[in-house]
Design a protein around this ligand. Sequence first.
Ligand SMILES: Cc1cc2nc3c(=O)[nH]c(=O)nc-3n(C[C@H](O)[C@H](O)[C@H](O)COP(=O)(O)OP(=O)(O)OC[C@H]3O[C@@H](n4cnc5c(N)ncnc54)[C@H](O)[C@@H]3O)c2cc1C
Length: 383
Amino acid sequence: MMRREIFGDEHEHFRAELRRFIEAEIEPRVAGWNSAGTTDHETWKRCGEQGYLGASAPEKYGGGGADFLFEAVIIEEIARVRAHALMLSLHSDICMPYLTHYGNEEQKERHLTAAISGESILAIAMTEPGTGSDLANVQTRAIRDGDEYVLNGAKTFISNGQICNLVIVVAKTDPSADPPHRGISLLLVEGDREGFERGRNLDKIGLKGQDTSELFFNDCRVPVANLLGKEGQGFKMLMNQLQQERLTIAVGSMASCRRSLDDTLAYVKERTAFGQPIGTFQNTQFKLAELATKVEIGQAFVDKLLAAHVRGDEIVKEVSMAKYFTTDLQKEVAAECLQLHGGYGFMEEYPIARDYRDAAVQSIYAGSNEIMKVIIARRLGLE
Ligand SMILES: Cc1cc2nc3c(=O)[nH]c(=O)nc-3n(C[C@H](O)[C@H](O)[C@H](O)COP(=O)(O)OP(=O)(O)OC[C@H]3O[C@@H](n4cnc5c(N)ncnc54)[C@H](O)[C@@H]3O)c2cc1C
């Protein structure tokens, strides 16, 4: 792979240290998490102690105050060892910015500090059994009653659902608002709040170690002080944060592509058929040449977007392109590399089998790839 110009010495130094930590403390736990269907609080705390939670969050609350490229390094190194179960990026890059950008001083002191130290694990609950892509149609309600909101509704597919200590809940504070998205607000709900129940940890085909759960709110009383930002501004806040959310997926997808490809390159040099390494067959060479080319091109685009994101550019259209392109590429790479492993590719023992299953969801969550194309088309002037 070509030298990646976006990273300076400070990022590479950080990467080297992080890699040592991951190899010592994360990688050995991955198989256990995959069997248990969840990660553990101790590891999150260790990540917090080492400065790997909120690396780009404000120093005032314990964060690293670094640029987003450090977060990209974390995403890549986690993907390199296939520790997808440990959703550091969801915590630091997707949930935490809501607290940083929209939290008041009291909320930041309380929740941001705890999230950065690893005392508190974050989740965000948008999706409901009846609505995912059509976010403005959420049915969960938070109706004001004095100094409290009374929260009622059900969420599903929530990452970190079982293990989280704080959930950012998307709810309608004004169910009759027209247009409906103007009635949406964001509420901070602590894990031990009465009326908040966790449902099943859902049985998935991939991302086995990541806990993905149902959440229920039954007359759950939440103080008005837990409102994030202003009432009715929830949808706008969500839209503002999605650029970064989608970029994190693209960064992770490219790292997963590289891992699948590297492992397959090693495999085809060793495995023999008809008395010669399978890597000497022209089909194998052409397949891997094609994939390596696509990965270089995808990485160049993602790196360009990372630099633009760090500069603060508005790149919603381009990030939507990257999210759709890289996650489709990840699925292609995983499927082709599995094929090159022959029957061994279908065995649990070979990580490429897991790559194939883990890749499937990348084009679905964080805004499905169809929704990405809707966004791109709109920005091309097509309504
Ligand atoms: C492992 C996992 C983790 C997740 N983590 C979280 C989380 O932490 N928090 C959270 O809130 N959600 C989470 N989700 C939910 C995820 O974001 C949704 O599944 C996703 O947004 C799609 O919504 P849906 O499942 O309701 O599908 P639907 O919206 O029902 O879509 C079904 C199909 O229709 C297509 N479609 C929908 N609308 C259009 C359109 N306008 N044009 C063209 N095609 C369209 C979709 O692209 C899709 O192919 C997670 C999901 C999974 C599987």
